[in-house]
Design a protein around this ligand. Structure first.
Ligand code: MG
Length: 235
């Protein structure tokens, strides 16, 4: 099955596959515990940013130096993951409309490989996906723990998927799927096709303005979404 794969679908997590959950609260608690401030977190624009980028922007805004920030990032992630894991038990993420059907169809398609591109650090991504039963099938990807700059994450995910599958994916047969302009930019920078979905914090109009190849309101029309995602696949 994998030998014939020609399409690589790179999925974002928050706002694309799942929503809800206690991540913001867990992050706030961890920031207070480790840096004694969470900075100007109310009204902060999290969308499409990597976890380390979020921490750095909030802390630089509170007068911290990069050196001071970097010195305690390992402690921040340790505390964040502990808080996230504990809180997900009572407040799991939930799957967005159409996502279970879409993932089933992608999984069943003989020419498709699915991987993750997310700003979440890898262990946070696994905890979030595990809370909706998806961690097993979505283990390969590029994560916020690989690079602070989201634009560098698609190439990481592509390289890992190619290594895992033993195939090379043409960029026109690779598609980055996300819910923010930063997801679209990440795909455009990597030379992939881009699909955006308005199930996160960004509306369809703002996503269309990015020049994404296709914008969906949601993933409920599984047939149409599949047609778009496998468009570059050779017969
Ligand atoms: Mg997202």
């Amino acid at each position: 099955m994998v030998e014939t794969a020609t399409t690589l679908v790179l999925l974002d997590i928050d706002g694309t596959l799942v929503s809800g959950g206690p991540a913001k609260e867990a992050f706030e608690i961890a920031m207070l515990a480790v840096y004694e401030t969470h900075g100007a977190i109310e009204g902060f624009d999290f969308s499409g940013k990597t976890d380390p980028q979020i921490a750095r922007e909030l802390l630089l805004g509170s007068g911290f130096t990069d050196e001071r920030i970097d010195a305690s990032l390992p402690d921040l992630w340790e505390r964040y993951l502990a808080e996230l894991e504990a809180r997900l038990i009572d407040e799991p993420m939930y799957l967005l409309p159409g996502v279970p059907e879409l993932l089933d169809r992608l999984d069943a398609h003989p020419a498709v490989v699915v991987a993750i591109v997310t700003g979440n650090i890898v262990q946070g991504a696994r905890l979030k996906l595990a809370s909706v039963g998806l961690a097993e099938g979505l283990s390969i990807g590029g994560f916020g723990s690989d690079h602070e700059d989201r634009n560098l994450l698609a190439p990481v995910a592509i390289a890992r998927a190619e290594e895992a599958c033993g195939v090379t994916f043409a960029r026109e047969c690779t598609v980055v799927v996300g819910d923010t302009p930063r997801d679209v930019a990440c795909g455009q920078q990597a030379g992939t096709r881009t699909v955006a979905v308005a199930t996160g914090r960004c509306d369809a109009a703002s996503l269309r303005a990015t020049g994404a190849d296709r914008v969906f309101q949601d993933f409920l029309d599984t047939d149409e979404v599949m047609r778009e995602l496998v468009r570059g696949t050779m017969p």
